[in-house]
Ligand binder design. Structure first.
Ligand code: E4P
Length: 214
């Protein structure tokens, strides 16, 4: 299973890249705005650090505009993946971009039928937003389970990204459901790294080691 970090914060990206636990990065307009940085500079800096898929979002409305915008975004580097909205125009753009060899991540997917259509259109990745479904009282992970089953049944090549992750349990459930990727915010990666029993254990070992004669 691959992990992407869901942020535009370069320090967090460096931290987890250096630990060897992330394979790529996902961004979106909200995350870029939150960084308070210039878009082109952030993407260039991320590409300096991360030698894996980096998703950046195209925000145009029509298929033709999305294709033109995506071509420009793809020039940021060989690892750039273009996030395309799950709309009719987005599907059309996905088909054309796939023909051009530009990788796509169809985003804002909230049902298995949307995931299936995005995969049919040739999406490299389909991003299922589990947290936003949970927020509305649904079971977001069901969409990952269903999509995973369907993709396996027919040997579909698109990879499922479990996105909009709210807590470490989402990551474990995504892994159990066969999601190829989980894109995880830094705060959740922090929570995944630590456990109070690890801290207790370390304190106990340190105290006992102090009693040992060298
Ligand atoms: C994924 O690519 C998105 O950037 C992200 O997971 C959205 O998460 P949110 O629902 O917390 O905004």
């Amino acid at each position: 299973m691959e992990f992407y970090i869901d942020t535009a914060e370069i320090e967090a990206i460096k931290k987890y890249w250096d630990m060897g636990v992330i394979d790529g990065v996902t961004t979106n307009p909200t995350l870029i705005a939150r960084s308070g940085r210039v878009f082109s500079e952030v993407v260039a800096e991320i590409a300096e650090v991360v030698k894996g898929p980096i998703s950046v979002e195209a925000v145009s409305e029509t298929a033709e505009e999305l294709i033109e915008e995506s071509k420009k975004l793809a020039e940021y580097g060989e690892h750039i993946v273009i996030k395309i909205p799950m709309t009719e125009a987005g599907l059309k753009a996905t088909k054309e971009l796939t023909k051009l060899g530009i990788k796509t991540n169809v985003t804002l997917i909230f049902s298995a039928s949307q995931a299936l259509l995005a995969a049919k259109a040739g999406a490299t990745y389909v991003s299922v937003f589990v947290g936003r479904l949970d927020d509305k009282g649904h079971e977001g992970m069901d969409v990952v389970w269903e999509s995973s089953q369907i993709f396996q049944n027919f040997g579909m090549e698109s990879k499922i990204i479990t996105a909009s992750i709210r807590h470490p349990r989402h990551v474990i459930d995504a892994a159990k459901a066969g999601s190829h990727v989980a894109t995880v915010p830094p705060a959740i990666l922090d929570k995944m790294t630590t456990h109070p029993l690890t801290d207790d254990g370390l304190a106990r070992f340190a105290a006992d080691w102090a009693k040992v004669k060298a």
